[in-house]
Each structure stands twice: as C-alpha cells, then as structure tokens.
Write a protein that binds this ligand. Structure first.
Ligand code: AMP
Length: 475
C-alpha cells in the first residue's frame, strides 16, 4: 500500500516521499481514509506509531480548500505539552510545504504578541496547549466558532495533567457540527466519557502498542545493587554497541548527578529534566539530535513524546514508578523499523515497580545475565571509586510505599513546576469561575494540573531564544 492509495493528493504524497516515507504505518493506513471521509475518530495509538502524520496529512488536504478569517482558526489541534505541539508544527511545515496553509502555535513560555498577530492574520491550523488557548480565549483574542476540525492528541496525558475540564470547555465553544479526532495511548474511563460526550458516531481504531508488541525491541532487566548502577551503566555503554542512548531516571536530582558523572568518565552525555528552562532543553535535545552528544539522561516528563530517531538503546536507570512510563520510555528505541535494546536496572528498591511493569505489559522481561568475566572485572572496582554517592543510596532511592502514594510524594508529578500557561489569577476573565465544572472526581488533583515542561520561574514569560519554527505563522 502507498500513500496515494489512501486518497491523499499528489502534492501531499510528494511531500511525504520527500521525508523518505513511502509505506503508511498501520495507524496511517486505517485513519487517513476515515479522516478524509470526514468521520469522527477514536484512535488508540502511541507515539512511535506514526500517529502524527495520520491526522496531519488528511488535515492538510481537507484544509487545502477554504478561506482563512481573522481570529477564527479553521482547525485546532490540542497537545498536552509544548514540545509535542512544536513537533506537530514541524510536521505541518514539512508535509504542508506544497500547500498554502497558515499555522499558528499557541504555547506557554513564548511571547503572546507574535501568537496573537498570527491569529489576527487568519490561520488554517491552530496548534495549542489547552492552558494558553484558554487564556487567549478568555481575553477575547480568539473565536472558536469557525473551527470545524478538532484533534485531541495524547488524551490520556491531558487527563494526567488535569486538562480535561479545559478540553470540555473548549469543545463546548466549537461548532456542534464539526469533525473530532481523539488520539490516546490508553482509554481510561474519563477519556471514554469525553469521547462519548463530544464525538459523533466515531470510527474506533486501535493499533498495537509499539513498545510491548514491537519485536524490534530486545528488552532486558538487570539485577543490580543501587550503589552499582552507575558502574553497570558505564559497562553496558562501553560494551553493548551503543550508538545513541537515552537513560531515564525517576528523579531530576539523579538525572543531574548521573549526567555529571558520565561526563566525568569521558562520555558525551547531556541531560534534560523539568528544572531546565525551555531553551536549555531544546538546546540539549538539538545537541543529541545533531550527534554532539550521544547519551541523553532524562526524566520522564521532560522526555515525553519527544521524537528522537535512531536511538539504539534505552536504559531505565531506575525502574519507572508508573508502569505506563515504561512503555513510553522503551518506545524511544526500535522505532519505525529500526531495532533497539532496552535495559531496565532492577535493585531491591525497584522490585515493586518492576512487578507493576510486568503486570501492565503482560510479559516477564527476560533477566540479562552479565558475562562471567564482566562480573569478575566489575566486582572489585565497585567496592571503591565507583560506588554511588551517599545521596544515591537506597535509603533515599525509594520512600515507603504509603508515603509515595500520598499526593505529596507523587514522584514524577513533583517535577512539574507551577502552571505557567495560565495568566495570573487577577488577569483571568470571569470565565474562570465557570459553572460548568465537571464533577470533582473527574478533575485531576490540583498538583496534577502542574507539569514538568514549564520553566521553573513561572508565571513569567520565557526569555530564551525562540526556535525559528515557533515564530513562523505561515507554512
Ligand atoms: P509519531 O508516532 O507520529 O511520533 O511518529 C514516529 C516516527 O515515525 C516519526 O519519526 C515519524 O517521522 C516517523 N514516521 C511517520 N510516518 C512514517 C512512515 N510512514 N514510515 C516510516 N516512518 C514514519
């Protein structure tokens, strides 16, 4: 099957093949014809499956006909994070290069002026994070009544971040007669409810989870004492044919310290975590993409959904506390036909977390046996210089289960600085006090409404350099 077989225009097929793709992925093969037929869609698909092109491509053809109007975007794509929004924008730029479509990106941390200017000129596609969109809407800078096509991407992430009430409000501002596409990696009850409420007779599509079903990923777990994790990592980095690797840690302090330690041992390593501002994160990611560094130490939220191609290895330096993070993490390797390896380090402190991962994925991850000579070689050194520093020892590595379950200790969420996307309270319009709040249990706890990918100095504007494509409103 080719992209032309799916009913896409010649100009679009040309742009797709210029990107080097000629065979649609399963989600693309199933979704594109449905979207072109103007059907609503509920798609269970993760990043790594090619899902972005499955809505971007048909949208470009649908939007090719029609007229732009000031302040009234013709279509809207909601993304949970700025990074994902920026990635979708990059996709629009690449695939839409043969079309005269205008795009605007509404994300927090970027001066509002440029975004408002782009909106005033009229846009075909608005790509937004819910918080910034709500702010502009409440300030009367945007009208959603001309928006006939809505994409809700990564709906389960939106739920995690407490965006569902905002999405409900946004949906209610759009014309009732519209096309709605909802993408989610999982279908928890609140997302099912959202789909039932706001989609009309949707076509349901489900594609295999790339991480669990993907035989291109060799998964291993390695039993290791906490204080020997760094040494084990260095050993594998040196001996397992690593070309590029992402190393995931559960805490940002571990990210920082591990990256520093790897650099001290001569590795070309960088870091990405929630304490870094947006410009530093983009700069670090660019260094990884252009090969200046080949090891990226990352926290989950900072790395979520980022499209980094050709990663040969994923290392879970800590077994993730949230089992679905395992699937997201290892999905960074073995993507789009490439093969990859995923190693999960399991200390005593990780025992419960690995159980949860194996329950979720429905498989026992094979134990990786270190070669005997490697063990012998590592043992004496481990007792000396390579031991973990004090603060990395088990005592701190894992809080008691009860404590972790308390909201204050939600480990990944704790990385998320305050929600910068919102204007300060007094600047918000009366709309904030809207009566149509969903029942309390549908709303994520307050601290879940904060997220990692915001600059620590919220609520100020981001003063760092703005990547070219963020400023560009025209395709
Ligand atoms: P996504 O799931 O949208 O994050 O896409 C995952 C990766 O697959 C991205 O690097 C895309 O550029 C790539 N991709 C998208 N469509 C195809 C395709 N038809 N063939 C190969 N790779 C693709």
């Amino acid at each position: 099957m080719t992209f032309a077989d799916l009913g896409l225009s010649d100009e679009l097929v040309q742009a797709v093949s210029a990107k080097g793709y000629d065979t649609p992925t399963p989600i693309q093969a199933q979704a594109i014809p449905q979207v072109l037929m103007m059907r609503d869609l509920v798609a269970i698909a993760q990043t790594g499956t090619g899902k972005t092109a499955s809505f971007v491509l048909p949208m470009i053809d649908i939007l090719a006909h029609g007229r732009r109007r000031a302040m009234m975007p013709r279509s809207l794509i909601l993304e949970p994070t700025r990074e994902l929004a920026a990635q979708v924008a990059e996709n629009f730029e690449a695939y839409g290069k043969n079309h005269d479509l205008k795009m605007a990106l509404l994300i927090g941390g970027v001066q509002m002026g440029d975004q408002v200017k782009a909106l005033n000129e009229g846009v075909d596609v608005l790509i937004a994070t819910p918080g910034r969109l709500m702010d502009l809407f409440e300030r009367g800078k945007i009208l959603l009544t001309g928006c006939d096509l809505l994409v809700i991407d990564e709906a389960d992430r939106m739920l995690d971040m407490g965006f569902i009430p905002d999405i409900e409000t946004i949906c209610s501002k759009l014309p009732a007669q519209r096309q709605t596409l909802l993408f989610s990696a999982t279908m928890p009850p609140p997302i099912k409810k959202l789909a039932d409420k706001f989609l009309t007779n949707p076509k349901s599509i489900e594609v295999a989870r790339p991480a669990t079903a993907n035989t291109n990923i060799a998964q291993h777990k390695v039993k290791v004492e906490v204080r020997k994790k760094r040494e084990l990592l260095r050993h594998l980095l040196r001996t397992d044919n690593v070309s590029t690797a992402i190393v995931f840690c559960n805490r940002k302090t571990t990210v920082r310290e591990l990256a520093k330690s790897l650099k001290q041992h001569g590795f070309a390593a960088g870091e990405i975590h929630g304490d870094m501002d947006q410009s530093s994160r983009i700069a670090e990611l660019d260094r990884f993409k252009d090969g200046s560094i080949n090891i990226l130490v990352a926290s989950d939220v900072a790395a979520r959904g980022l499209d980094v191609k050709g990663v040969s290895h994923v290392f879970n330096f800590d077994t993730p506390w949230h089992p679905d993070d395992y699937v997201h993490r290892i999905g960074r390797t073995g993507r789009a036909g490439a093969t990859g390896r995923a190693f999960t380090f399991v200390s005593d402190a990780d025992a419960e977390a690995i159980d949860n991962v194996e329950k979720l994925t429905g498989m026992k991850i094979p134990v990786y046996e270190m070669a005997a000579e490697a063990k012998a070689e590592r043992a004496p050194r481990a007792e000396r210089a390579d031991a973990e520093p004090r603060e990395e020892r088990p005592r701190r590595e894992r809080a008691p289960r009860k404590a972790r379950e308390a909201a204050e200790e939600r480990p990944v969420r704790e990385e998320r600085p305050a929600r910068e996307e919102r204007a300060p309270r007094e600047e918000r319009g009366p709309h904030r006090e809207r009566a149509a709040q969903p029942p309390r249990e549908d709303r994520a706890p307050r601290r879940d409404r904060r997220y990692d990918n915001e600059p620590p100095s919220a609520p100020g504007e981001w003063n760092g350099p703005v990547p070219g494509f963020l400023n560009v409103s025209a395709l």
